[in-house]
Design a protein around this ligand. Structure first.
Ligand code: AMP
Ligand code: MG
Length: 428
């Protein structure tokens, strides 16, 4: 008997069939979007542990927030309609601090000393800030002089102005953000139902790869993709199993993939993803399971593959770090979110003018360029990261996001409006 807990409930009958040698970007996305479904069960977690998880319940406000009218400042609360009669000179009838409950109603021609967050007494509607007021003591009684010109209702927070009881705050399928955690906490709810994490195994493949911290000979390469992928995955509701660096050896790759598929919902590899003599990922995938997508009409990322081994999904990312990064963001991330119970999220594109010219892009593929969002003449424009190589991690750091160039576009001229996807659209 395996000591592993059972894998998340199951996938997906196949039906990923298509007839393209190289699949266009939008068709690849369409297939993933149509076919992938949530595969995990539900669990209840404390709101402090809910960050990045996917909601499995709708969240509604359980009370009005704020629950009463209250003061937005430290000052003096009064009835605006008393102002003319009293000429701005009010008796201080009481003192109300944050946390004091059920204050007495405000007597006429009086004010109360009040502090930020304190409940407004019945009858008061306006608050003057303490720094604008003068106080006087006369025969043992305290008075306040309130300045002219405050609008009725000034500095008052209204009951329910943030949320009314029953308002929908978030829906099943949303990913939990810090702001959402604050909103859930503000309703008094301490636990939330979320989908349980996906179990994901990652591996790097390549004889040239060395672990950072080891020594590397000339020609050897430190494995950056696994660290890149781990960091990207940590922002998603997943549990990661690190399968390390694996050699360009068919038998080893087949054994590793077969083992990983037994106990994981998803396996992700980088490198060895083409059909070269030293690339074994595709062959192992086809031996062990089914390949649904392989080769995209996209740059970078042509050799990106997708398939399944039993009911474990497999993503084979290209080894070049830029291609690995871009393919993860464009294809793997939305797929994982969907599998984890989220809605399919298409990143927003922003139209930004080009600050550069580019000629002779190939017409048969979509390209994603590293874009730098640069200020220019009081507006913003897009520079293209100058060097092209898909191994250049520097470009990923300098860029602010991806410029998407559709298949049909072959030339870009300064001033053309381009589709720009900032990194923030990918949660980074
Ligand atoms: P491959 O996809 O195996 O043909 O690799 C393409 C390029 O990416 C080669 O230059 C590899 O050395 C490089 N590469 C592959 N895997 C990694 C990795 N994990 N980290 C950094 N570079 C890699
Ligand atoms: Mg390789």
């Amino acid at each position: 008997m395996s000591k592993q807990p059972p894998k998340a409930s199951k996938l997906l009958n196949d039906c990923f069939l298509h007839d393209k040698e190289r699949l266009p970007h939008h068709e690849a996305l369409e297939i993933l979007k149509e076919r992938l479904v949530g595969i995990t069960s539900k669990e209840t977690v404390n709101i402090g542990e809910a960050q990045d998880k996917i909601l499995a319940e709708d969240i509604r406000a359980t009370r009005n927030i704020p629950s009463t009218d209250n003061s937005a400042v430290d000052g003096y609360a009064y009835r605006a309609s008393d102002f003319d009669d009293a000429g701005g000179f009010f008796l201080i009838a009481a003192r109300i601090a944050a946390g004091d409950i059920n204050p007495s109603p405000l007597p006429q021609w009086s004010a109360v000393r009040i502090f930020t967050g304190a409940v407004m007494p019945e009858g008061a509607d306006t608050i003057a800030m303490q720094e604008d007021c003068e106080t006087h003591a006369q025969e043992g009684t305290d008075f306040v002089v309130i300045p002219q010109g405050l609008k009725p209702g000034a500095n008052r927070r209204r009951m329910g102005e943030d949320l009314m009881q029953g308002d929908l705050i978030a829906k099943v399928g949303e990913q939990v953000t810090p702001q959402l955690i604050a909103a859930i906490a503000s309703t008094g709810q301490s636990k939330v139902e979320v989908y349980s994490p996906l179990r994901i195994a990652i591996l790097s493949s390549g004889n040239e790869l060395k672990e950072p911290g080891q020594t590397a000979q000339a020609g050897q390469v430190f494995d950056s993709n696994r660290y890149l992928l781990q960091s990207l995955l940590k922002m998603l509701p997943v549990e990661i199993t690190d399968l390390g660096i694996q050699p360009d050896n068919y038998d080893v790759i087949e054994t590793k993939l077969a083992e990983a598929a037994k106990t994981n919902d998803i396996v992700i590899s980088s490198g060895g993803a083409s059909l070269g003599e030293e690339d074994h990922i595709i062959a192992a995938l086809e031996k062990l399971g089914t390949r649904h997508l392989w080769q995209l009409a996209v740059k970078p990322g042509r050799p990106m593959s997708f398939g399944q081994i039993g009911d474990t999904l497999f993503f084979g990312l290209p080894g070049n770090p830029v291609a690995c990064f871009v393919c993860f963001l464009l294809y793997v991330r939305p797929s994982l979110l969907r599998l984890a119970g989220a809605d399919w999220h298409e990143p927003k594109r922003f139209k930004v003018p080009a600050l550069f010219d580019f000629n002779n892009k190939k017409p048969d593929r979509r390209e994603f360029w590293r874009g730098i969002y640069a200020p220019t003449d009081g507006a913003f424009g897009l520079e293209k990261f100058a060097r092209d190589g898909s191994g250049l991690i520097t470009g990923l750091r300098e860029a602010d996001g991806l410029i998407e160039i559709p298949e049909a576009v072959t030339n870009v001229s300064k001033g053309d409006l381009l589709d720009f996807i900032p990194w923030s659209e990918f949660g980074i």
